[in-house]
Design a binder for this molecule. Sequence first.
Ligand code: PGA
Length: 326
Amino acid sequence: MDYAPLLRLLRGSSLRQLQVFEAVARLRSFRKAADELFLTQPSVSIQVKKLSEAVGLPLFEHVGKRVHLTEAGASLYAACREVLEVLGRTEMKLADLKGLKEGHLKLAVATTAKYFAPRMLGVFCQRYPGIEVSLKVTNRERLLERLHANIDDLYIIGRPPESPDMCFEPFVPNPLVVMAARTHPLAGERGIALARLAEEPFIIREPGSGTRMAVETLFTAHGLKPRVRMELGSNEAIKHALAGGLGVAVLSRHTLALEGESGPLTVLDVEGFPLPWHWYVGYPSGKELSVVARAFLDYLQGEGRLIAELPVSGPEDLATGALSRR
Ligand code: PGA
């Protein structure tokens, strides 16, 4: 592509404005772009306005509550994706020349993986202190959007898309269990039937969550429907609702990482549980991985499971790589 005309057109616009525009165009929302970039919504609007002034045409139109790209916006979006991708690849090549001494790792993980992914990153960063990392935590649906838009280096997800264009491997078990307050009438009962569980009020994650998808798939396969009392967008909020006696929920056992089963919640003994899910790590198959991303992937596949299963205040020898010698 000859970038000269585009550069002339965008003279005076910053790369930051292009990044902000790219996020709004991809997410079709000023609010979601602001959340993703840790900016306020007014500052996103200002950046887009400046860019639109530089181009001399409106880039978005609002129909009701929805944001649409204008024709000018759509062309700029296509060019922008190309420019940002070329810059990303160049940055990667330059970083690769420096090996693991420097570089950047962009990791995106499903909400529930936040219970172990930061620890894994922490150990990796201690081993390679020159590497900068960024971690995006979002639900399954948003994660898939990022994956298709090729935003990050690597992704951790509960159930990767079934497509030959994806390169994902399981690396850590993700048992899904039924939780309730320790004082719940079903606590301590053995072999609870799924049909019996379906009579209980359920607290369920938001649409787009992988955990919710697992619950719905299971109940539908048994011709049942959970009695949903409440829908919440956070595992921690669900745990508080359970502790308050509001019902039962299916969550990853990882959500008990800090308090274990000695807190106010207990795991119910329901037939067919725990569901033997796994965490997968991967990337779209055409993607060229940087040296840093490749090293992180190898590290997760070699030591990820052990780190995820360690108590939260794990031994200090993690950083030195002593785990791999066990
Ligand atoms: P969730 O993801 O946090 O969106 O429920 C878990 C998953 O990907 O299975």
